[in-house]
Ligand binder design. Structure first.
Ligand code: FES
Length: 223
């Protein structure tokens, strides 16, 4: 984990959400599934948790961002934090599944997945803009079929949606339900593990875990 200064260089719309290009030293750039905590001089009581949605020259693209962030704003960054995705090098059929409304946080996996020669399907009922021609888009109604096909799946889901996701996958046949899969859990991470506030607690098979430092990406079989 590092601390340093970054700068908002551009605001963009990504999948209908306001996102920012952020320039920063290389050691502060989160990998897909990791995050960084950002503070500005607005005296907001809590830092902003920035999820990386894609790499960008000299930094990364992140959301969600506060309404008052504008290009040129200097921010203090702490990161990268948490455990991100562990894309298996052997995976050749990869499903990226945004089970709720924020598909952007899985975008960071597209580039590494394609570069290892995998076929990629993005599964979401939300708008996913400017997908590479090499990536197929499918609705969530196709999930069962896609889980039969994929050899690795990455899910993005709010913490409260995880039981429903497990139940849905549990209804698939045994072979497809428990193949290699990870879940990026959406939950507030206000302290990033520093104050052990417990706000990010997640129930796992081995007890309570903190999404801020044990996650926010967990193996599906662990949940
Ligand atoms: S965010 Fe405070 S313990 Fe995880």
């Amino acid at each position: 984990m590092h601390m340093g200064i970054g700068r908002v260089t551009e605001l963009i719309l990504q999948d209908g959400r306001r996102a920012a290009r952020i320039s920063c030293p290389a050691e502060l750039i989160p990998a897909p599934g990791q995050y960084a905590l950002a503070s500005d001089d607005s005296r907001a009581p809590l830092p902003v948790s920035l999820s990386v949605t894609d790499s960008a020259p000299g930094g990364f693209i992140a959301l969600p961002i506060p309404d008052h962030w504008m290009p040129g704003l200097e921010i203090s960054l702490r990161g990268p934090l948490g455990n991100g995705f562990k894309l298996p090098a052997s995976a050749r059929k990869i499903a990226l599944v945004a089970s709720e409304v924020l598909p952007s946080r899985l975008r960071g996996l597209i580039r590494p997945a394609l570069s290892q020669g995998a076929a990629v399907v993005f599964v979401s009922d939300s708008l996913v803009e400017n997908l590479s021609d090499e990536v197929e888009a499918q609705p969530l109604s196709a999930l069962n079929e896609i889980m039969e096909w994929a050899d690795y799946a990455a899910f993005d889901a709010p913490r409260e949606a995880v039981p429903g996701l497990r139940e849905r996958l549990g209804k698939l046949n045994q072979a497809s339900a428990w193949k290699e899969a990870e879940v990026f859990i959406q939950t507030p991470v206000p302290c990033g593990g520093i104050a052990e506030c417990g706000v990010c607690a997640v129930v796992t098979k081995s007890g309570w875990k903190m999404a801020c430092k044990d996650g926010p990406v967990f193996a599906l079989g662990e949940l």
